[in-house]
Design a protein. Structure first.
Length: 293
């Protein structure tokens, strides 16, 4: 397959691959990275014997995401139950469909508590309908073990109480509020206190162009001290908001969102801040700004 045709086939799959990566990682910036890595691997691979390119790309993206999840995780994955564990053969398709529908950004606080392999098995099967035979090859387990991983992930998501989810979102909001309070007050140590040492600040292309005009941000920034320095005394005009159900912030002009600040929180620290300024992406977001009293 020549490069031009390969690129066309990949672009036809891009939106689906982006959806898979976003559900697995919970971050559009990281999802973009995973999809780009899949393209790089495709461009270097011999695809002459690949019969199902769509399935091949799903496998590659999922493996990239699994590697990213494992590298982020600070504690070891829980041991897998034995393959003889009793798993109900009968499933309720209606319940699974409702559960799958709930695995959006608003449920990310719950899904992030799953071990990496559990998350991959659960999301790929329940949300995207990938077979356990295919999932087994991705997570490096048998099909029976892959089924167990998905079942365990499903039970944990189903069992997450409304109070537990509300508490997780409330904690997320506390961290975001502490970040902006320290930013506006010029409290450098306060910023460091809420930032993960390996935090990443990811602006999209539109945000980079805007930043280039003002000199505020011209590239992706990594590390707590560098990110804290970028925000120290800044973000005065940003308003706290719910972005697709999770606490973040938005900067608006004339009542229209211009830049959204999306936060990924892990282990009580800000692990990623994403700046979204692309008009199409902003238009697809649910942005709720609490009314001032």
């Amino acid at each position: 397959m020549d490069n031009e045709l390969l690129a066309e086939r990949f672009e036809a799959e891009r939106s689906r691959l982006q959806a898979v990566a976003l559900r697995l990682l919970g971050s559009t910036g990281q999802a973009d990275d995973a999809v780009q890595e899949a393209w790089l691997r495709l461009s270097r691979a011999d695809t002459s014997e690949v019969e199902n390119l769509s399935g091949w790309l799903t496998t590659v993206v999922s493996r990239v995401c699994l590697d990213m999840l494992r590298s982020q995780r600070t504690r070891r994955e829980e041991p897998l139950e034995t393959e003889s564990e009793s798993i109900p053969d009968a499933t309720n398709p209606e319940q699974e469909a409702v559960l799958a529908e709930s695995v959006g950004l608003a449920m990310q606080a719950v899904v992030q508590r799953l071990a990496p392999a559990e998350r991959v098995a659960f999301v790929l099967h329940d949300v995207f309908g990938v077979s356990f035979d295919e999932i087994a090859g991705i997570v490096g387990r048998s099909p029976v073990a892959a089924r167990q991983l998905a079942s365990r992930g499903r039970r944990r998501v189903q069992g997450a109480s409304e109070e537990g989810h509300a508490a997780a979102v409330a904690r997320h909001q506390e961290i975001v509020e502490a970040f902006f309070r320290a930013s506006r007050d010029g409290d450098f140590q306060g910023l460091l206190a809420v930032l993960d040492p390996d935090v990443v600040l990811r602006p999209d292309e539109t945000a980079l162009r805007m930043g280039a005009r003002t000199g505020w941000i011209t590239s992706e920034i990594r590390g707590a001290e560098a990110v804290a320095g970028q925000f120290n005394g800044a973000a005065q005009a940003a308003q706290l908001a719910l972005i697709d159900g999770l606490p973040g912030a938005v900067w608006s002009a004339n009542g229209r969102p211009v830049v959204v600040f999306g936060f990924t929180v892990r282990d009580g620290k800000v692990a990623e801040i994403e700046l979204v300024a692309d008009a199409e992406r902003l238009g697809g977001m649910n942005i709720e700004v609490p009314s001032s009293r």
